[in-house]
Design a protein around this ligand. Structure first.
Ligand code: 8NA
Ligand code: MG
Ligand code: MG
Ligand code: MG
Length: 341
């Protein structure tokens, strides 16, 4: 399957802009559309751009990309080493409150199994945060085979997120980027994700983790069904989206929201400038939802960028995103690697 280079550039730049710009709004519970518009319009003003720094989302994605490009294959030990090294060289990127303990344990050298520190998180329950999902986009850009995408998303997720809610969120995000790269139509995109989650959430651990958290079985599939229901309605308020899909740091509260934002924003959105293209609209919509804006926007930006390509990347937004040159260079290298497989 040949995928054009512009989709790789779109995915990496979409994710980067979502993180860098989204970090300006992160943690705000109720954002007025006027204040979001004011910030976004300011980005377009030109002049000497103030660079917006990326956060943990991009820092971890960068480690994934560099590992794949250097090793030309998936290597979990190398990923664990890179995450740890990156965290200790630049700890101020806004990492989740729990995950830093994983890096400290890996750094200590006292663990012979690289997956054990993640298993010890949250009294042995493992993290269900969105930290595994926020970086998972790197996998479908390096590995075209769907079975590889699923396996590597799960395994790389388990390095930090041992709860199935955490790593299954990473699998879902990786699959969404995979199908967006293929340019799958809106309906078949969602039904493919539903079919996958039906299988992925059927194992005993997925079932018992979800039940223990009082979510019932197949929590991701249920949210994808809610997305379908929302898309079939003419008008769904952002309050309902936040209420039913979420906007929080849990993977279940953010990965489906990112997928919905991508699909929803193929149609016009009120409260955003009419001249916005679909990628800008998708990112803007994620910001308007509030909550974990950088992470939801980085995930939606990866999916929308993979789908629409870099023609929709606004230059002013790109120029303000830290290290966008790396994203452009890596897009070419990943594209070459992907195409040669
Ligand atoms: P994590 O593994 O520490 O999980 C994130 C948070 O989720 C934890 O700190 C807990 O509050 C909660 N959590 C996860 N699992 C459990 C559990 N089993 N029981 C109870 N609570 C749980 O880190 P992560 O890598 O998943 O975090 C990613 C998020 O952190 C991203 O949104 C990222 O942007 C960053 N973040 C930073 C800030 C900030 O202001 N610096 C704010 C929010 C999020
Ligand atoms: Mg972040
Ligand atoms: Mg942050
Ligand atoms: Mg975040």
């Amino acid at each position: 399957m040949s995928v054009p280079l512009n989709r790789f550039r779109g995915a990496l730049l979409g994710a980067l802009m979502g993180d860098c710009i989204g970090a300006l709004f992160e943690g705000e519970s109720s954002l007025s559309s006027t204040s979001v518009r004011a910030v976004l319009e300011n980005l377009d003003k030109g002049g000497k751009p103030k660079v917006l720094t990326y956060t943990d989302d991009t820092a971890m994605t960068r480690s994934m990309v560099q590992s794949f490009l250097e090793n030309k294959e998936f290597d979990a030990k190398d990923l664990a080493d890179r995450f740890t090294k990156e965290y200790f060289s630049d700890p101020g990127r806004g990492y989740g409150a729990g995950v830093t303990q994983v890096f400290e344990k890996l750094y200590s050298g006292e663990y012979s199994d690289i997956f054990t520190p993640a298993k010890e998180q949250f009294n042995g329950k493992g993290s269900y945060g969105n930290g595994a999902a926020m970086r998972a986009m790197a996998i479908p850009l390096a590995f075209p085979n769907i079975a590889d995408v699923i396996e590597y998303a799960k395994t790389s997720g388990k390095l930090t997120h041992a709860s199935s809610l955490g790593y299954n969120g990473a699998v879902l995000q990786a699959l969404a980027v995979h199908y967006a790269l293929q340019g799958e139509s809106r309906d078949s995109f969602l039904s493919k994700l539903l079919d996958h989650m039906d299988e992925i959430e059927a194992d005993e651990k997925s079932k018992s983790d979800a039940v223990e958290l009082e979510l019932g079985e197949f929590p991701y599939r249920k949210r994808l069904e809610k997305i379908k229901e929302f898309l079939d309605k003419r008008c769904v308020s952002r309050e309902d989206v936040v209420d039913q899909l979420g906007n929080g740091v849990a993977a279940l509260e953010s990965v489906p929201t990112a997928i919905y934002s991508f699909l929803r924003c193929m149609d016009p959105v009120e409260d955003l400038p009419k001249e916005f293209n679909i990628l800008q609209r998708t990112l803007g919509y994620c910001f308007l939802l509030g909550g974990d804006t950088d992470t939801i926007a980085t995930m939606a930006g990866a999916i929308a960028g993979a789908y629409h390509g870099d023609v929709q990347v606004p230059n002013e937004w790109k120029l303000r995103s830290e290290s966008y040159e790396d994203a452009e260079k890596w897009a070419e290298e990943l594209h070459q690697m992907y195409t040669s497989r």
